[in-house]
Design a binder for this molecule. Structure first.
Ligand code: HEC
Length: 340
């Protein structure tokens, strides 16, 4: 399993990001520089900062626009608009697209391309396929299953501000109106994930994937406050993934949790060394952007010599809990059937 996949016309070009999950996309709000949460208990005048948008950097708002990215990216599918248009006209989908969108839906290349991306966007809104809410955790929340003692403990540690504090960003509770938890607040945050030396582009020491401030996202290039920020993904089905974080640096959930609780306690474990053998903390983010790095719990109070907030057993419990977020435990969405 590669950290990031090969693409391009001959499948020889490598991108620099892991594919983001496509599940629960319908829950992601449009991108906003200054998000105010209507459900904020204390005060909804609080500015939660950049929030929302699809892909790791929040640069598009609809499934149709997102579909344009892999279709045309030179290091993903590497298509052109006429290429996609010609292919779809020749395919069995042409009849269906014309039936759904009108006889002239494929008349010009740009119309045909738009029809394809629109159809892909609509497909991603298919609830049963992409937002099933059939996990053991959903079953537990709706009274259809029990969590094991270890899973319960994992949930408590996940929620506890003095322990994992994961739920601050990966929301684990139902909304005030009963909406099932999305396991993301969609905030764009700089966690300072270590540089991934497996990514070919990273052989160039001058190259940095800065997330919201570029290079893929173009509207905030040069705006330093946005550098290093990536959008908080949902953790639903996360245990199904083989790579974690935007650059696919981690492959093991326990290691991800260890990173959260020891990033600044044992930086030598996470970050590379310079030519003189000195550890370079936050080695994938140039130092002028280090002020953007998140220091909320579980990062607060971390310094070399401090105790990690979570021990091995506690990390194992959080990982066990994360496994309860895999869809497929129930046959049907329990929120629908329990709706009165
Ligand atoms: C301050 C907000 C915040 C907190 C607190 C937080 N996360 Fe995250 N989480 C993020 C962001 C942002 C990312 C994506 C970062 C990136 O790729 O650069 C992420 C990514 C992840 C991923 C990788 C998901 C994927 O699809 O690759 C996992 C797993 C995860 N978090 C688990 C946790 C756990 C467990 C905790 C508690 C110990 C936690 N997070 C606490 C914001 C947060």
């Amino acid at each position: 399993m590669l950290d990031v996949q090969m693409g391009g016309p001959a499948l020889r070009d490598q991108g620099f990001r892991a594919p983001p999950t496509l599940t629960y996309l319908n829950r992601v709000p449009p991108y906003d520089n200054h998000h105010h949460d209507p459900e904020e208990e204390a005060d909804n005048s609080i500015d939660n900062g950049p929030t929302g948008g699809l892909t790791w950097d929040g640069r598009v708002d609809t499934g149709a626009l997102q579909a344009v990215i892999p279709l045309t990216s030179p290091f993903e599918m590497g298509n052109s608009v006429p290429g996609v248009a010609n292919a779809v006209r020749k395919s069995p989908h042409a009849v269906k697209l014309r039936a759904a969108l009108g006889d002239d839906a494929l008349a010009t290349d740009s119309k045909a391309f738009a029809a394809v991306t629109r159809a892909l966007g609509a497909f991603e809104e298919d609830y049963a396929e992409f937002s099933p809410y059939t996990s053991k955790y959903d079953a537990w929340l709706t009274g259809h299953a029990q969590l094991s003692a270890q899973e319960r403990r994992g949930l408590e540690l996940f929620d506890d501000e003095a322990k994992g504090n994961c739920a601050q960003c990966h929301l684990s509770r139902r909304g005030l109106d009963g909406t099932p938890p999305a396991f993301s607040d969609y905030g764009l945050i700089a966690l300072a994930v270590p540089r991934n030396s497996e990514i070919l582009r990273n052989r160039d020491p001058g190259f940095h994937d800065l997330g919201a401030c570029g290079p893929e996202r173009k509207d905030k290039i040069g705006q330093d406050d946005y550098c290093g920020l990536f959008r908080t993904p949902t953790l639903r089905n996360v245990a199904q993934r083989k790579t974690f974080f935007h650059n696919g640096k981690f492959h093991d959930l326990a290691e991800v949790v260890e990173f959260y609780v020891t990033r600044d306690i044992t930086p030598e474990r996470w970050y590379s060394r310079d030519a003189r053998g000195k550890v370079v903390p936050y080695d994938d983010l140039p130092s002028r952007y280090h002020g953007n790095i998140n220091r909320d719990p579980p990062f607060d109070g971390q310094r070399p010599g401090a105790n990690a907030r979570l021990g091995k057993d506690e990390i194992a419990a959080i990982v066990a809990f994360l496994h309860t977020l895999d869809d497929g435990y129930l046959k049907d969405n329990p929120y629908r059937s329990s709706r009165k």
